[in-house]
Design a protein around this ligand. Structure first.
Ligand code: ADP
Length: 224
């Protein structure tokens, strides 16, 4: 049973569109969307011990230490709704996290079969982040040029208030891109070497990217 689980990783730099695509995949395949950034922001909103520890790293665009993030994700992956697969977004971001994920899946008799890499040129990312508005309640994201909300400042999904994340500011985004190149590009290479990486051009319209992503997942399921 566990071997049939659909475990996926969505990779890509800040603003590549991971969250937007992840919500669609999760709804389509009925697997939970586990976004490390969303979980960390929820911890900060609830002012938990983890939230307090993560705050200063997140504010400056640095990575939250591996041990904290790994514990948080593993705990989430062990909940019953994750028994048939997970869609990870924003995790793993370091090689140590990628190895911890492999260990956790192995323990469950599962294995990662697909890592989808959304490729967007670095020069587009700052602009995407600067125009990103996030729902305070469900963390859905909007961009006033490419996917505006129906009502200005209000989330289509739950009526939550839209705000601009502090770490989407130019200086912090530049730092996040630097961290991405240093720590996360090796994760992309790790999956490439394992033969499970699929690269998708993330510059296209949201629906076109979604079609490409879904076709990769269908192809995977057909092979299984
Ligand atoms: P985005 O999707 O825009 O790249 P996230 O919302 O995933 O950003 O992450 C925001 C911040 O949360 C990161 O800059 C980092 O500080 C922290 N974070 C999220 N995921 C991880 C992770 N896997 N490891 C370490 N830090 C993380």
């Amino acid at each position: 049973m566990a071997a049939d689980a659909l475990d996926l990783v969505l990779l890509g730099p800040v603003g590549a569109g991971k969250g937007t695509q992840a919500r669609r995949i999760s709804a389509r395949y009925g697997i939970p969307h586990i976004a490390s950034g969303d979980l960390l922001r929820a911890h900060r909103q609830q002012d938990t011990e983890l939230g307090r520890q993560a705050k200063s790293y997140m504010e400056r665009g640095a990575l939250v230490p591996d041990d904290l993030v790994i514990t948080m994700i593993v705990e989430r992956m062990r909940r019953p709704d994750a028994a048939h697969g997970v869609l990870l977004d924003g995790f793993p971001r370091t090689l140590a996290q990628a190895k911890a994920l492999d260990d956790e899946l192995t323990e469950e008799g599962r294995a990662l079969k697909l890592a989808i890499y959304l490729e967007v040129p670095f020069e587009d990312l700052v602009d995407r982040a600067a125009n990103r508005w996030t729902c305070r309640t469900c963390q859905a994201t909007y961009n006033y040029r490419v996917n505006p909300p129906r009502v200005h400042g209000v989330c289509d999904l739950d009526g939550g208030q839209l705000y601009q994340r502090d770490d989407d500011r130019l200086d912090v985004v530049s730092e996040r891109i630097k961290v991405y190149i240093q720590d996360t590009v090796p994760v992309v290479e790790y999956y490439r070497q394992q033969g499970i990486l699929q690269e998708i051009d993330g510059r296209r319209a949201i629906n076109d990217v979604a079609a490409a992503v879904l076709s990769e997942i269908s192809a995977l399921r057909a092979r299984a």
